[in-house]
Design a binder for this molecule. Structure first.
Ligand code: NAD
Length: 260
């Protein structure tokens, strides 16, 4: 479905971003992976995606908190692929603390990676999209783009900012064949979350089932995790021609969380 398209997914060395990369590779797109992690593991992932799906897969380790690194990544992509057709802004970090105890350097890092990086990737991606008269920008935001939780001030501020950026850019490029949307997952079962379950069970003296039901999924009416594949499927649909009229949308995939 996306043969000949080039997709950049920021933060795609694990979790949701890797799931989205897998989905676009399966659908025939060339993939630019990005993110942190062990070099050998990333290379194994890169090779597996390329060999399994018969597409070009590159890795660029640009640190999303560094505008110069983002710019250099886009120059390399322009040279090799002639630009990004589908941009998925997914890289993200979290820190949980009361606002009056929130470390300023954590605030700065979260705003840089979860929000400002999207401004930079969008401004570098748009010229090629405009030239082609086609483009898709998909932000992996969060239910926290729509509602808040205590102790996540920087994350919630960044994700609400992403919602505003999504709507603004969508209006600016609406007549140029480019759509801009945000997907807003609730709790997603990523390796990161999985690792927290036994630790939380020990810390609270409750069972792992109770952690899942009464701690992690307390806000999620379905009482089920959103899967990586469900988020990736929505991203794939938003990139398709069938979704050409969906733009400026901030779409929950949250098991009913934001219906409360
Ligand atoms: P994850 O930790 O598995 O993946 C995060 C990715 O971002 C990794 O590839 C990591 O290397 C990369 N990254 C971190 N800092 C980076 C930097 N400075 N430069 C480049 N890459 C960097 O987490 P995930 O759960 O897959 O989260 C992915 C996105 O989904 C994030 O934006 C997160 O806010 C969002 N999200 C996650 C959940 C959830 O429950 N897991 C829910 C809603 C939204």
């Amino acid at each position: 479905m996306f043969t000949g398209k080039t997709v950049l997914i920021t933060g795609s060395t694990s979790g949701i971003g890797l799931g989205i990369a897998e989905q676009f590779a399966r659908d025939g797109a060339n993939i630019i992976l990005n993110g942190m992690g062990d070099a050998a593991g990333i290379e194994a992932t890169r090779r597996r995606l390329a060999e399994t799906h018969g597409v070009e897969v590159r890795f660029d380790g640009a640190d999303m908190s560094r505008p110069a690194a983002i710019e250099a990544m886009f120059r390399a992509i322009a040279d090799e692929f002639g630009g990004v057709d589908i941009l998925v802004n997914n890289a993200g970090i979290q820190h949980v603390a009361p606002v009056d105890e929130f470390p300023p350097e954590k605030w700065d890092a979260i705003i840089a990676i979860n929000l400002t990086a999207a401004f930079h990737t969008i401004r570098h991606a748009l010229p090629a999209m405009k030239r082609k008269g086609w483009g898709r920008i998909i932000q992996v935001a969060s239910a926290h783009a729509l509602v808040a939780s205590p102790f996540k001030s920087a994350y919630v501020a960044a994700k609400h900012g992403i919602a505003g950026l999504t709507k603004t850019v969508a209006l600016e490029v609406a007549e140029q064949g480019i759509t801009v949307n945000a997907v807003c997952p609730g709790y997603v079962w990523t390796p990161l979350v999985e690792k927290q379950v036994p630790e939380t069970a020990r810390a609270r003296g409750i069972s792992e089932d109770e952690v899942i039901k009464n701690v992690l999924l307390a806000a999620q009416p379905t009482k089920q995790f959103v899967s990586i594949e469900q988020v990736a499927a929505l991203a794939g649909f938003l990139a398709s021609d069938a979704a050409a009229s969906i733009t400026g949308a901030v779409l929950p995939v949250d098991g009913g969380w934001t219906a409360h």
